[in-house]
Ligand binder design. Structure first.
Ligand SMILES: Cc1ncc(COP(=O)(O)O)c(C=O)c1O
Length: 416
């Protein structure tokens, strides 16, 4: 046995790699979280303006969610998927009440990637002999082998081609129609906001066009709402804004209220064989309790605190920055999600400076992120929790402005 003297294990020395962009500059050990804030071990306070990668619209340690979890822990913590609890049945019932019309079945797992794989299996199982899945350029659907095969490709990545039935399509209907006819796919999968790919918001006509092509060519439409369902858009599902109902809708991240929970809602005609997509901990009773409590709480919060005001504030603050700094372009905002592109003086994507901005913001106590990874993403992204106050938001943008002014050499105006 190798004795390890260091009792504060963190960072790449022990964990192989410091994951993700938000903590590129320093590996934080977090000792406490509450609402919109995290506290590091050394006592420094951070505003979590990326909601732990789009996952915490109600902020950290929501009391109702945690109370439900504690109650569940006192009863039972693990059951295999064949068994039910009141929370599991209650969560399914609540989801059917909230789901777009026609989505009458649900499958639960613990991770978005596995939920997407479940959707892929559902689609493939619906046809005699079709294995291919179309996915959009810039699309991102997870980091399992199969989902890497239907996501944007990291240059030189040894895993991304492992699932060879993923066929990329351009973001235009002619290309999609052509590939539907030539490739005979089981499904097409899309995000309505391509979050990881750079917060690219798909147009309504385009998405409705895909729906029509799916109907005309008997192809399953999968909408991946792992990032957009349950809160940050101010609605339960973003597809409601598009007036489009997919055949399979994938969810994840927010639903667990900080506990692992994901899955898919789907139409009656889709089914899996017993054992097709069953995992030891997939129906964790604790996650089920958390999910049900989260949805009840979300309904209340959205009534009291609609996201429009936050959305307007984020958009107008980003536009002020865009006007002030010529290297920032293309502000976009949807719900509590905001994004802006970082360009160099020649107008090319500037991922290095985007990385630097994220790192400097972190040093100043505000967590944001940039798109893609490994220096491939030049879009600065944020997603505020719904419970943020106007003052907290203003102060975060003032920090943003002061970071930019140091990098680009101008004075701080925002928030004064
Ligand atoms: C749109 C989308 N789908 C799927 C996933 C994968 O989810 P998970 O990381 O829980 O496996 C992500 C993760 O960021 C995502 O953004």
């Amino acid at each position: 046995m190798r004795p390890i003297k260091d009792c504060n294990l963190s960072g790449s020395k022990y964990f192989g790699l410091n994951e993700g962009n938000t903590i590129k500059s320093e590996a934080l050990t977090i000792k406490k979280a509450d609402g919109v804030f995290l506290w590091a071990k050394q006592g420094k306070k951070y505003l979590d303006l990326f909601s732990q990668t789009w996952s915490m619209p109600l902020g950290h340690n929501n009391k109702k969610v945690n109370t439900a979890v504690k109650k569940q822990i006192n009863k039972i913590t693990h059951l295999r998927t064949a068994f039910f609890t009141e929370n599991k049945s209650g969560l399914a019932k609540k989801l059917f009440e909230l789901a777009p019309t026609g989505l009458t079945k649900v499958n639960f797992v613990l991770h978005g990637s596995l939920a997407v794989e479940g959707a892929m299996k559902l689609a493939i199982n619906n046809y005699e002999n079709r294995q291919k899945i179309l996915y959009l350029e810039d699309g991102f659907h997870g980091r399992s082998f199969a989902t890497m095969g239907i996501s944007w490709k990291m240059p030189g990545c040894k895993y991304s081609d492992y699932f060879s039935n993923g066929i990329e399509v351009k973001k235009n209907l002619a290309d999609i129609e052509g590939k539907m006819k030539s490739e005979n796919p089981a499904a097409i999968i899309i995000e309505l906001v391509q979050g990881n790919g750079g917060c690219k918001i798909l147009g309504k006509d385009f998405v409705r066009g895909i729906r029509e092509l799916c109907d005309a060519n008997d192809v399953t439409m999968i909408i991946d709402e792992v990032q957009t369902a349950f809160g940050c858009i101010g609605k339960m599902f973003l597809c409601e804004n598009y007036n489009v109902v997919p055949d399979i809708l994938v969810f994840g991240k927010a639903l667990g209220g900080g506990y692992p929970l994901a899955g898919a809602l789907f139409k009656n005609k889709y089914h899996l064989q017993s054992g097709d997509h069953s995992f030891t901990f997939a129906h964790c009773p604790i996650s089920m309790a958390a999910g049900l409590a989260y949805l009840k709480e979300l309904e209340l919060v959205l009534k009291e605190k609609p996201v429009e005001a936050i959305s307007k504030e984020i958009e107008s603050s980003l536009l002020v920055l865009e006007k002030k700094y010529k290297n920032l372009r293309d502000t976009r905002c949807i719900g509590t999600k905001g994004a802006i592109d970082v360009l160099d003086n020649e107008g090319n994507p500037d991922t290095k400076t985007a990385d630097l901005i994220v790192a400097k913001m972190l040093q100043k106590g505000v967590i944001i992120a940039n798109s893609k990874c490994r220096g491939l993403g030049n879009t600065i992204m944020l997603q505020s929790p719904i419970i943020i106050t106007p003052e907290q938001l203003k102060s975060a943008f003032c920090t943003f402005d002061s970071v930019l002014s140091k990098i680009y050499g101008q004075g701080c105006k925002i928030g004064q």
